[in-house]
Design a protein around this ligand. Structure first.
Ligand code: 5AD
Ligand code: SF4
Length: 448
């Protein structure tokens, strides 16, 4: 293609539309891909219509991921027919798992980029401009983030920072060890540098991301650093006021990390600690390598260090072999813990995972269990939220609310808080008295 035929010619910056499915790690990856393409002259666009490139950043964790992808690709087809120069890329875990199949079934897909190859996206986009399709689902040894450009100038008050990727746990239901690969931790110095850059660009809160974040083991000057040491070093970064991390595995919740929850004020009192089931039989079948009692004792230790900590979790109902008694054990564990928040899912077999071939629990039974579990969680969530009323909390202002003069921020406990005060602005960390609890958020009054 000659220069004159290239789509960017004449009409201002090229437009990139990214659709992100799934977890916070994908949100972070989409931001990094946007930055990489920004260096190539692309600006983000909210819609696929009129875009020069559309990127679907996919998730494979539960069922219908590929069906959703194919139906989204079907919707993009008319756009591609109307504008053959439009580049279509598929990224993320479905790309990782089924890349070649996607390209075979969907000729409109120019680029398939697996979750560890994002630094190659600009080169793949240039190849697509030259009419070449490309696929990269390798797991290279290098840190992909080091080959991506620096973080953008306009930052957000609450930022994500990936410190670890992959998982060595091999829970019997989960695709992550296959789609994201083995556990890899980024070096300490690079994380600290990225954190400082984020703070310089306006971040006051950083959430450290990893599929198994508390298994973090980075290297600094030849020494092995766990997550607690990393958190303590980040706490010394001036201007950074809040630190969170997600997602953790109970077996990696080491004593120094628990201690940090007690004595590091910048570490926020919120911990996402999935248990999946309360039945030891099912935990064993899931290959979780811990019992319900191990988990309950761990929660006790964490609460001893930080009594007000809000615990959140993930649950799977209807795992193969789950009986009424197993489900009752899960409900009992939830009662015993008292969650501030939890995500729950009906088991869905994932191809290639150990549990994939096992006999399913009858669908209606699993649905009923999920409903009962969600009702219990909703009650607990509501109780935790109501308990905030009357308390004085920190609120980090993130964005304007729907009503004029209203702002929305996040409390220390990650609840959305609405404050009405015209003098607020994104990035301000204020104290507020909580005055009211709504279904999904709180209302408060600014104190200072
Ligand atoms: N079926 C249902 N839920 C799943 N999860 C992971 N794999 C599956 C599956 N095959 C849930 C787990 C995990 C969360 C991210 O997604 O609860 O913690
Ligand atoms: Fe998947 Fe989490 Fe289990 Fe790893 S620890 S296999 S990411 S559920």
């Amino acid at each position: 293609m000659s220069d004159a035929e290239k789509p960017q010619t004449g009409s201002g910056p090229k437009k990139l539309h990214i659709k992100t499915y799934g977890c916070q790690m994908n949100v972070y990856d989409s931001e990094r891909m946007a930055e990489a393409m920004g260096a190539e002259g692309y600006v983000l666009s909210d819609t696929p219509e009129g875009a020069d490139m559309v990127l679907l950043n996919t998730c494979h964790i539960r069922e219908k991921a590929s069906e959703k992808l194919y139906s989204d690709l079907g919707r993009l087809k008319p756009l591609k027919l109307a504008n053959p120069a439009l580049k279509i890329g598929v990224a993320g875990c479905v790309a990782q798992a089924e890349g070649a199949e996607i390209q075979r079934r969907m000729p409109i897909v120019d680029i398939v980029v697996g979750s560890q190859a994002y630094h190659r996206l600009p080169a793949m986009a240039r190849a697509a401009d030259a009419g070449q399709r490309s696929l990269d689902t390798e797991f290279p040894a290098e840190d992909k983030f080091e080959h991506l450009p620096a973080r953008p100038l306009q930052g957000r008050p609450a930022a994500f920072l990936t410190v670890q990727e992959g998982c060595d746990k091999f829970c019997a239901f989960c695709v992550v060890p296959y789609t994201r690969g083995a556990e890899v931790s980024r070096p300490v110095a690079r994380i600290l540098a990225e954190a400082r850059a984020l703070v310089a660009r306006g971040a006051r809160e950083i959430t450290l991301l990893g599929q198994n974040v508390n298994a973090y083991h980075g290297v600094e000057d030849g020494a092995d650093w766990g997550l607690a040491r990393l958190v303590r070093a980040l706490a010394k970064v001036e201007g950074l006021e809040r630190i969170r991390y997600t997602t953790s595995h109970p077996n990696d919740m080491e004593a120094d990390l628990i201690a940090a929850h007690g004595d590091e004020p910048k570490l926020m009192p919120y911990l996402h600690l999935p248990v999946q089931s309360g039945s030891d039989r099912i935990l064993k079948a899931m290959n979780r390598k811990h019992t319900a009692d191990d988990y309950l004792r761990l929660i006790e230790q964490i609460r001893a260090a930080r009594p007000d900590i809000l615990i959140s979790g993930d649950f799977i109902v209807g795992f193969p072999g789950e009986t009424d008694a197993d489900f009752a054990a899960t409900m009992a564990l939830i009662e015993a813990v008292g969650y501030g928040m939890a995500y729950s899912f009906k088991y869905s077999p994932r191809p290639g995972t150990p549990a994939a071939g096992r006999t399913l629990v009858e669908s209606g039974v699993a649905d009923a269990r999920l409903q009962a579990l969600q009702a219990l969680i909703t009650r607990q969530q509501r109780a935790a939220q109501d308990a905030m009323v009357g308390r004085e909390l920190g609120v980090l202002i993130e964005r304007p609310g729907r009503v004029a003069g209203q702002w929305v921020g996040k409390s220390d406990y990650l609840h959305a808080v609405h404050l009405t005060d015209a003098s607020l602005a994104p990035g301000m960390l204020v104290r507020a008295r909580i005055t009211e609890g709504w279904t999904n958020s709180l209302a408060g009054m600014r104190l200072i």
